[in-house]
Design a protein around this ligand. Structure first.
Ligand code: URP
Ligand code: ZN
Ligand code: ZN
Length: 454
């Protein structure tokens, strides 16, 4: 592969942002310097990045692409998802392998094989939905194959995702502690939710969802997994934190010395339950549900002050038609699209509204998740020797989000009509341009599985 020289852009890392040139040879970044002269190089393609930011490829650390669930499949197949990710500046996603409750290795290999059409790189979290006596051996085997983190649910007993007994859950945590696997948890306490459901006299419309799955269920689940983490003196990663109450529980546990790593999503930062009130309320149903403006503000403050380490999307897209099949939250398919909107939303909040620097955004969307999930330094930074996953981003491009013009097969965006600042204009994956000038150039099957080095 020929060399690519990206000239005169503003290179952004977590520690610095400076005008420099970046040279790619094959799949790797080979040089970063103040002025690299192309006349000294043979066969080099020069990309003029004047006026643009040059960022490390983003990592969406929480996606559900092509998820077969609840008798249907999500809207974005692996090929479509890779395309929208390239438009998002996302060069690596961390998706999930569901536990078939028989063999973690077989479940992992099945998902890995399904993901072969990916056009961008990917890692996997391993779902663990049932305890078994030989769980340590099973986890050790999937770790050897490249898993760095497992995913546990504290809810969804009805769909068989919940490990109900505390001693079994603790045994799974302990096995992960011994193996150095990170435990990621979807926190909503099943007993709180079932208790509310039993006494519920109201309707089951989208507007009711936040009351059927309230913030106190999130806080209670965080309290419980935090107590296990404390007893075992191990870290726990909370996925998609959605509420002030949950955040307060995180703070309480951290004050007791518990090591919690916290992720939130753009929808919990910028959307509230008001979205659930209209006729198209089903479009905004996901779990945990959207909450109040006060919760948005609490989470925004936590992102700004560093209490939240990762912003990822929980991209789990259904088409408008799929979402509107039902107006009952017990049967509406849960999940929304989000990967493509992630960077413009964070950039608008960060730079346009003045809350975060570009370095902080890079840390939340790239370097942070790369380090936490064992993908760094191959992924998540602009440094010599790292993969040439590079994003050219125009920070001044103001545009209005229109779901129909975006690249998810969902056909809508939860941010439709919102004006944002900043647009990805080019994405390179391992030295190959996968999106440029609004054209997708990725290749089906060119994405590689990235083994976690945790
Ligand atoms: O509603 C959501 N978030 N669907 C995706 C699966 C999950 O719970 O993370
Ligand atoms: Zn979840
Ligand atoms: Zn999820």
């Amino acid at each position: 592969m020929a060399k690519i020289l990206i000239k005169d852009g503003l290179l952004v890392d977590t520690e610095w942002a400076r005008h420099q040139d970046l040279l790619i040879d094959g799949s790797k970044i080979v040089r970063i310097a103040s002025c690299i002269d192309e006349t000294d190089l043979d066969e080099v393609t020069v990309i003029n990045a004047e006026g643009l930011c040059v960022l490390p490829g983003l990592i969406d650390a929480h996606t559900h692409y092509h998820l077969v669930s609840r008798g249907t499949v999500t809207a974005d197949s692996f090929a479509e998802a890779s395309r929208l990710a390239a438009f998002a500046g996302v060069t690596t996603v961390v998706d999930f392998a569901d536990d078939d409750k028989v063999s973690l290795s077989a479940s992992f290999e099945k998902r890995r094989a399904q993901m072969r059409p990916m056009g961008i790189d990917y890692a996997l979290h391993m779902g663990v939905y049932a305890f078994r006596e030989d769980i340590v051996d099973e986890l050790e085997e999937v770790k050897r194959r490249g898993i760095g983190a497992i995913k546990i649910f504290t809810t969804y007993r009805n769909v068989g995702y919940l490990i109900e007994k505390r001693d079994e859950l603790k045994a799974v945590f302990d096995a992960c502690r011994r193996l150095g696997l990170l435990v990621c948890v979807h926190c909503e306490d099943n007993d709180v939710i079932e208790g509310i459901g039993k006494d519920w006299k109201g309707t089951y419309m989208p507007k009711d969802h936040p009351d059927l799955r309230p913030a106190r269920a999130e806080a209670e689940a965080i309290r419980q997994v935090g107590s296990i983490a404390k007893e075992l003196d191990m870290p726990v990663y909370i996925v998609h934190l959605s509420s002030r109450s949950g955040l307060e529980e995180v703070r309480r546990l951290r004050n007791e010395g518990v090591h919690l790593i916290v992720e939130t999503t753009p929808h919990y930062l910028f959307l509230s339950r008001k979205k659930l009130e209209g006729e198209d309320g089903p479009l905004y149903v996901m779990t945990p549900p959207l909450r109040d403006k006060d919760d948005n503000e609490a989470l925004q403050e936590a992102v700004v002050n560093g209490e939240i380490q990762v912003v990822a999307t929980d991209h789990c897209s259904f088409t408008r038609a799929q979402k509107l099949e039902s107006n009952d939250v017990r049967t509406i398919y849960p999940g929304i699209p989000g990967t493509e909107e992630m960077l413009p939303l964070m950039h608008t909040f960060g730079l346009t509204q003045g809350h975060l620097s570009l370095s902080q955004i890079v840390n939340l969307l790239s370097t942070g998740p790369a380090k936490i999930f064992g993908l760094y330094p191959k992924k998540g930074s602009l440094q010599e020797g790292g993969d040439a996953d590079v994003v050219l981003f125009d920070p001044d491009w103001s545009w209005t989000i229109e779901g129909g013009k975006m690249h998810s097969a969902a056909g809508y965006s939860c941010y439709d009509g919102m004006t944002v600042t900043g647009k990805v204009v080019m994405t390179l994956l391992r030295g190959r341009i996968v999106m440029g000038d609004g054209i997708y150039l990725g290749l089906e099957g060119d994405g590689q599985f990235v083994k976690s080095q945790r």
